[in-house]
Design a protein around this ligand. Sequence first.
Ligand code: DMJ
Length: 480
Amino acid sequence: MLTCAFCSSLFPLVFCTAMLFQQMMKFSWDNYKRYAWGKNELRPLTRNGHIGNMFGGLRGASIIDSLDTLYIMGLTEEYNDAKEWVQTSLDLNSNGEASLFEVNIRYVGGLLAAYYLTGEEMYKNKVLELGEKLLPAFNTPTGIPRGVINLGSGTSWSWGWASAGSSILAEFGTLHLEFVHLSELSGNPVYTEKVMNIRKLLNKIEKPHGLYPNFLSPVSGNWVQHHVSIGGLGDSFYEYLIKSYLMSDKTDGEAKKMYYGAMEAIEANLVQKSPGGLTYMAEWRGGILDHKMGHLACFSGGMIGIGADDGAPEKRQHFLDLAAEITHTCHESYTRSATKLGPEAFRFDGGGEATATRLSDRYYILRPEVIESYMYMWRLTHDPKYREWGWEAVEALEQHCRVESGFSGIRDVYTMTASHDNMQQSFFLSETLKYLYLLFSDDDLLPLEDWVFNTEAHPLPVIRRSCAQDEATQDKTSSE
Ligand code: DMJ
């Protein structure tokens, strides 16, 4: 029997780890509650709250992102405090400039998951109220939303840093799961129509080598420049293709086709093997490869894993192997650092492999992607190495990121003298700790056949149509 390295108890490892992750969650939550209640994130060194400008005046991002994690971990008192705050203090009448993407994945995703897990109508009412406020972002000549929206006036515009007023693939391509559920819950097809329109445009448009570049004009519907990445700016678009298919109970054939088509292009153009034998995803700039992989791109091990089973029969094992190889490379990016945490980006040129060569890439901000892939790969293979790797990450988080009043990111994973960034990101509560908990739980906790996780790790149920509903839809379609 494996025993817990932390408490040296004789409990089987799963019980011990469950308690440990509850304790980590409770510690993060209690400090947030004590020093930053109602703000978006906790600043654990200065012991105050951070609001930032991503959520357009919405508050409590850490509360919304924590609801489902607290609930599934059985932290009842803490969950009830979170629920009460949503009920009494979540004010959706804000008038600020919000990232459509961030509000969708954290607030819409968090409230939807809370509703589906608990059945509390209050979450449903809140999320439908919020969903309506996001609709004006789609009022563009193509229906491709812009990145920023004023939640009060509905005015929207593109990020100043995005070239030529373009919209970002990973932003407008990461709405599908939540918007389909908004239509399910409201009975209003408008949400599904908006995201299906994005899908149609992307399906139709000419793609360089079959690849999807990161920037698209919401006015002309053309690509703005040819930078392709499975990491930042592109990542969750690919994730939402396969998850849309899985969430539709495997009926969304268009999503399936687009996902496997994208995978083929990615394999042909981006997947590389280093001289040392590590498989990685390079970035593509108009045909020139940049041999760099971001921490964000490490989600792709899990994504390729969950997509393996529905690939062409002769490719299934290949996809599973590829998923394992990518996850192995991401683990290497952790083991090759002094802290055993991975850098924001690592490279495969300039002599090194799976290490950051630039000072500016050495930080770790409590991101989940590597642990996320461990969780999926564990569920798919039950190879114990994924739990061992998860455990290494826990020890590193405890040693380098735990501070007196919460968890903090660090500025340099290659030095043992920690310099903390003073930020407990809300995705640490929604993703990193939840994926760790699931990695050590039984497979019947949120089984992958019944739930898909949005890109912020909020679980959404697979939508199963009853035969009666199917017949009704068919009758309707044939009479049109
Ligand atoms: C999260 O908000 C989501 O996982 C998003 O898809 C990417 N960035 C962070 C975590 O790193």
